[in-house]
Write a protein that binds this ligand. Structure first.
Ligand SMILES: Nc1nc2c(ncn2[C@@H]2O[C@H](COP(=O)(O)OP(=O)(O)OP(=O)(O)O)[C@@H](O)[C@H]2O)c(=O)[nH]1
Ligand SMILES: [Mg+2]
Length: 156
């Protein structure tokens, strides 16, 4: 993201990458956590401890993996330190698929229809940039509103 351009054959993240960037006037700390199982176990808990919101990126061109996504997401959202945090779900790689994404179908499939959290689904493409800014604006605005309302620690 920091490069401001798309990397065609991006290597898998080893462990995690931490980035700070300015979005409008807000300084955003992003912890990009590797998806591979071995990293999930070791790093997702410690590195999400002080999070204000979650960005979940799904490869929607690999629909057959959605059941796995559902299981992983359920495990993540059960973590006590992540209770109530807003979640944005990016159905990414839409440039590879002609199918329209029905946001409610995704929410239902992932079992999030009754959640009290703020959850929103965006069809995105990191390649073309479609909706990437919108997805980040939404999560940042939601985090800011939530922290203002409740006096919770938020962005700094
Ligand atoms: N066509 C297309 N390719 C994408 C898109 N986003 C990522 N890719 C490609 O998909 C591959 C995986 O992307 P990554 O960003 O490394 O995926 P990741 O989820 O971070 O994977 P881990 O780091 O292993 O967790 C790379 O080759 C990217 O170039 C997209 O929106 N469209
Ligand atoms: Mg990665």
């Amino acid at each position: 993201m920091k490069l401001g351009r798309f990397v065609e054959r991006q290597r898998p993240t080893i462990g995690m990458n931490a980035e700070v960037f300015l979005f409008r006037e807000d300084k955003i700390n992003i912890w990009d956590l590797a998806g591979q199982l071995v990293f999930r176990r070791a790093l997702w808990v410690p590195y999400t401890k002080n999070s204000s919101g979650l960005v979940i990126v799904i490869d929607i061109s690999a629909k057959f993996r959605l059941p796995e996504v559902r299981g992983t997401l359920r495990d993540v959202l059960e973590l006590s330190h992540l209770q109530g945090l807003p979640v944005v779900i990016c159905c990414n790689k839409i440039d590879l698929s002609d199918e329209d994404i029905n946001e409610q179908d995704i929410i239902n499939f992932l079992g999030l229809q009754n959640t009290r959290r703020h959850v929103k689904v965006f069809p995105t493409s990191a390649k073309t940039g479609t909706n990437v800014g919108k997805a980040f604006s939404w999560i940042i605005d939601t985090v800011i509103d939530r922290t203002k309302d409740r006096g919770l620690p938020g962005l700094n």
